[in-house]
Ligand binder design. Structure first.
Ligand SMILES: [Zn+2]
Length: 290
């Protein structure tokens, strides 16, 4: 599953390539991946120009000149591959990022009038693409439930603390992973920001002093920003918009560092399970309050 920095990295890559291109044809033969009626696709996609590529949480929104948008969720194994003068693969790293397309996993092919192409490939078919009037995009269930964007300027420490405190009886890691609390934070950035704030991932929110939540807020913003700067892609399944693996994992302090020394105190980093997820922490820096 990509996290916010990975999808942001894909957005930046596609935004460099797609705007201004005009759609010549669309092929899609797997209805679950792209459930729109062929008539709508013909009417609102064919002939349309790509205006802009946006991101909300972990979802990409490709805005078209017809006031329709293509909404894309890559889920576990989705990838977007642009083939034109340059080639850009983004998402799950399979040979399809670099080999001849369309391939077996290709669910949707979009051909532009300059003969460049955008392929949506998805081996396991959990991902999806939907064509919607742009005005309806914020109304889809996924967006209505999702929390604020952590990197927006108006997402302050105060707002972070207020939202986290809504679930004050839950453990902090599960709250960070809850997409209705904050958008786009997954396992890697939860572990990294909790280490930065010296908070044990299983700590009940109500037991965390406000000042520590402020440090956690800052830690979270910092790791997200650093990861975007490094090309996102911290998880083994994700590569960036140019088909390269991101390098954030090189900078990770605890994530998948179990058995290695804590960069702060030298204690061996441990791995446990919190919120149903593999969780990495320093048993000395991140003590569970009694
Ligand atoms: Zn430590």
């Amino acid at each position: 599953m990509p996290e916010l920095p990975e999808v942001e990295t894909i957005k930046i890559g596609l935004n460099r390539l797609l705007p201004g291109l005009k759609i010549k044809s669309v092929n899609h033969d797997w209805p679950k991946s792209f459930p729109n009626a062929p008539a709508d696709v013909k009417r609102f996609m064919v002939g349309a120009e790509v205006k802009n590529v946006r991101r909300r949480a972990k979802v990409l929104i490709i805005e078209l000149s017809t006031d329709y948008s293509l909404v894309v969720h890559l889920k576990m194994t989705g990838q977007l591959v642009f083939v034109g003068n340059e080639r850009f693969g983004a998402g799950h790293p399979t040979v399809d990022l670099v080999s001849e397309l369309p391939a077996k996993a290709t669910r949707v092919s979009i051909v532009f009038t300059n003969d460049s192409k955008l392929f949506f490939n998805d081996q396991r078919k959990f991902g999806w693409m939907r064509l919607l009037p742009s005005i309806e995009v914020p109304e889809i269930d996924f967006f209505k439930k999702v929390g604020p964007e952590p990197l927006e300027a108006d997402f302050t420490a105060k707002q972070f603390i207020q939202r986290v405190m809504r679930r004050k009886n839950s453990n902090i890691k599960s709250v960070l992973l809850d997409q209705t609390v904050i958008a786009g934070v997954g396992n890697i950035y939860a572990d990294e920001s909790l280490w930065a704030a010296k908070i044990h991932p299983a700590t009940v929110v109500a037991k965390i002093p406000k000042v520590k939540l402020e440090v956690l807020y800052k830690g979270l913003i910092d790791v997200l920003k650093l990861s975007i700067k490094k090309g996102g892609s911290t998880d083994k399944n994700y590569v960036d918009a140019e088909g390269k693996r991101g390098s954030y994992l090189t900078f990770a302090k605890v994530f998948r560092r179990n058995g290695q020394p804590c960069p702060r105190c030298g204690t061996t980093i441990e791995k446990t399970r919190v919120a149903g997820r593999g969780t990495h922490y320093c048993p000395v820096c991140q003590k569970l309050p009694r």
